[in-house]
Design a protein around this ligand. Structure first.
Ligand SMILES: [Zn+2]
Length: 228
């Protein structure tokens, strides 16, 4: 998902470079092929439709280390990667993360790539809440994973939250009922309260996997909608 993506006709090259920051990395074509994902679109291709080249992406916030959010990290070779330190330590280093129930949501190849970034200039391990760029704040929101981070973005309508898989759908939030994949239910409740409070209005808290985000918002390019 591109956070600061305007219609290509509105972008000068300088503005495009300045806006090259994304939340989550999508899935690389090889893994999509292995998993036979129907309707797959390469995130590099999607970004190109709004005038952003993958190599121009300078900041990549990983909300959590599940294959459908983080396996495309290698597609963005010039990006600094932001991930919560506790998420990194668990997913990359903890032997429990290699057991089947956790391994099912992991992609070993991209985990190796993420591991290789540790202690390089390309990785920033975030501890808790932190404004990483003007108007863009990472918010620790555990529950779905050990240390998922949501992203608060200052917009013309107020603070919007890219909640990632804190909830998979708007319905999860509406019904105060999480998706089935939860490592800490009480932690999830507290994270939900925190994100709801931080968002300027309930409709500015976005889930991670809801097709309504494609169908109910204006399309600025094929498969790309403007949420705020
Ligand atoms: Zn997830």
């Amino acid at each position: 998902m591109a956070l600061h993506a305007n219609h290509p006709r509105e972008l000068t090259p300088a503005a495009r470079a300045a806006c090259a920051r994304i939340v989550d990395a999508g899935i690389p074509p090889e893994l999509a092929g292995e998993k036979k994902l129907a309707g797959y679109v390469n995130p590099v291709e999607v970004l190109s439709r709004i005038g952003v080249k993958a190599e121009e992406v300078r900041h990549l916030i990983l909300t959590h280390i599940h294959w459908d959010h983080s396996s495309g990290v290698g597609l963005f070779p010039n990006a600094t990667v932001y991930v919560q330190e506790d998420e990194f330590n668990f997913a990359i280093k903890d032997p429990i993360a290699r057991r089947p129930a956790f391994a099912a949501t992991a992609d070993p190849k991209s985990k190796d790539y993420i591991a290789s970034l540790e202690r390089t200039k390309r990785m920033i391990l975030v501890k808790g809440d932190r404004e990483i760029l003007p108007g863009i704040e990472c918010l620790l929101a555990p529950g779905h994973t050990v240390a998922l981070q949501a992203v608060a973005v200052k917009t013309r309508r107020g603070t919007a939250i890219v909640g990632s898989d804190c909830a998979h759908t708007f319905q999860n939030y509406r019904e105060d009922w999480p998706s089935c994949l939860i490592v800490d239910l009480i932690g999830w409740m507290k994270s939900y309260d925190k994100l709801r409070k931080k968002a300027s209005s309930p409709d500015l808290l976005f889930p991670g996997h809801d097709s309504l985000m494609s169908s109910n918002y204006p399309e600025v390019a094929k498969d790309v909608t403007r949420l705020v």
